[in-house]
Design a protein. Structure first.
Length: 315
């Protein structure tokens, strides 16, 4: 009898822990949507690459003590883990962003945005192949519901392009590459968290991306132009710190802590909180009107998130 009660209690704790982990990923991804609030101000003085580089310098200073504390954990890192870390830090952070940026300038922007929405599909397939994960129940209908919600958030009820040829351009292929890298980063992150602490994975992501960002920034050849006046420079510093610490450090700590307890296929759907927060902040901070189609998109995505969160008994 006591054994039965103990088993039920343990199952309840595990279920609650899984649900909490899922919502940590939701919260972590939602914080990514805060990024434009700070980035738009910083873009008046710096290029995107310079902003990301300075952000990673700040994050390096936060990550270095963590890596020193967990240095014993680094001694057991193998070649597969190094490859996964480089995929996450170089592929997911730097290269995917570059591909997506180039895609927007070399193709139909609507087609590029539409194809980027396939990221959850790539992550789910890779998680099944590489991590042997069981897929969520009713994954087909849930994925369609999620894609429909993100479509409505981005395009509303309008058709995003007038010719099928728009989907066959170079920009579209680059967008698919970015979606694959971002989806793969979720899977590689989950793989790393099977043998490493989430604090260590977060710190290594920042540290390993720094050399690549230095090379990219140097090759860009852009002039560093900080605004004149102490007040203006102080404002840039504050915005840079907030961007590094909120959509940078805090978001990934929450994200990886949650990801360490749930499957990558669940996490990639939890990441849909990102476009929702982006639309919400555009309305609150920049006065963009939220349409009926976007409200319906919100509803579809939240339905997906709540349905997935109730499936944690299978984690």
């Amino acid at each position: 009898m006591q054994s039965s009660v103990s088993s039920v209690s343990s199952a309840l704790r595990s279920s609650n822990s899984g649900k909490m982990a899922f919502w940590l990923v939701v919260l972590g991804a939602a914080l990514w949507g805060v990024d434009p609030v700070f980035r738009i101000i910083l873009l008046d003085s710096l290029t995107s690459t310079q902003i990301v580089l300075l952000e990673h310098v700040i994050l390096f200073m936060a990550a270095a003590p963590v890596l020193w504390k967990n240095r014993a954990e680094l001694r057991s890192v193998g070649l597969r883990q190094v490859g996964a870390l480089l995929f996450v830090s170089w592929g997911g952070s730097a290269l995917a962003t570059i591909l997506f940026t180039v895609a927007l300038s070399n193709g139909n922007p609507n087609a590029v945005l539409l194809l980027q929405k396939l990221q959850p599909l790539f992550a789910i397939v890779l998680a099944r192949v590489m991590l042997k994960e069981l897929l969520p129940r009713r994954i087909g209908s849930l994925l369609l519901l999620a894609l429909a919600g993100t479509y409505l958030l981005t395009f509303g009820f309008s058709f995003p392009f007038s010719h099928v040829d728009d989907l066959m351009q170079l920009g579209s292929l680059l967008s698919l590459g970015a979606a694959l890298l971002w989806g793969g980063s979720t899977v590689m992150g989950r793989y790393l968290l099977g043998s490493m602490k989430y604090e260590t994975v977060t710190s290594l992501r920042f540290v390993l991306a720094l050399p690549l960002l230095l090379v990219i920034t140097a090759s860009e050849g852009a002039v560093w132009q900080l605004p004149e006046g102490t007040g203006a420079q102080f404002a840039v510093l504050i915005n840079l710190l907030l961007q590094a610490l909120l959509p940078g450090l805090l978001s990934l700590l929450l994200y990886y802590k949650g990801l360490s307890k749930i499957k990558a296929s669940y996490a990639t759907l939890a990441e849909l909180s990102f476009p929702m927060v982006g639309v919400l902040l555009n309305w609150l901070a920049f006065g963009s009107i939220v349409t009926g189609a976007q409200l319906l998109g919100f509803l579809l995505i939240w339905t997906t998130l709540f349905t997935i969160s109730r499936q944690q008994d299978r984690l």
